[in-house]
Design a protein around this ligand. Structure first.
Ligand code: UDP
Ligand code: MG
Length: 137
């Protein structure tokens, strides 16, 4: 059993496809162990994406992530990290496989609907950013 952090970004919440996205996770054997809707400030978004602080897209990305509410979830299941990344599709929707969330719904490389942790280490720190142990069931 593995846990990973999933985010439905402001574009996904605005498109009203929360249920559609969650349904894809469930159909692929992932379980929602924790879930809530939050609204990140620009400063919160900068802290969450601190690993990208030197990248040219950092300022624009953190504006985007703080423009509206997001859904944060802990997904749980066998190989949850890679399974979630497979369901999401490639960062740039132009490169994402048919049937992935990003291919089906993303506008461009920035506004790409979902976030998913990329390793066990980042999953641990990203889950702890949003949830206490008591909230993960
Ligand atoms: N991003 C962007 N431009 C890029 C690469 C990434 O705006 O050239 C944004 C995009 O929203 C992406 C996030 O920054 O999801 C984090 O980038 P990362 O490379 O970690 O992609 P991910 O792990 O989300 O696929
Ligand atoms: Mg990433």
């Amino acid at each position: 059993m593995q846990r990973t952090l999933s985010i439905i970004k402001p574009d996904g919440v605005k498109k009203n496809i929360i249920g559609e996205i969650i349904s894809r996770f469930e159909k692929n054997g992932l379980r929602i162990a924790a879930i809530k809707k939050v609204f990140l400030s620009k400063e919160d978004a900068k802290r969450f994406y601190i690993v990208h602080k030197e990248r040219p897209f950092y300022d624009s990305l953190t504006d985007f992530m703080s423009e509206g509410p997001i859904i944060v979830m802990v997904l749980e299941g066998e190989d949850a990290i890679i399974k979630n990344r497979d369901i999401m599709g490639a960062t740039n929707p132009a490169n994402a496989l048919p049937g992935t969330i990003r291919r089906d719904f993303a506008q461009d490389v920035e506004r790409n609907i979902v976030h998913g942790s990329d390793s066990p280490e980042t999953a641990k720190t990203e889950i702890a950013f949003f949830f206490s142990e008591l909230e993960i069931l």
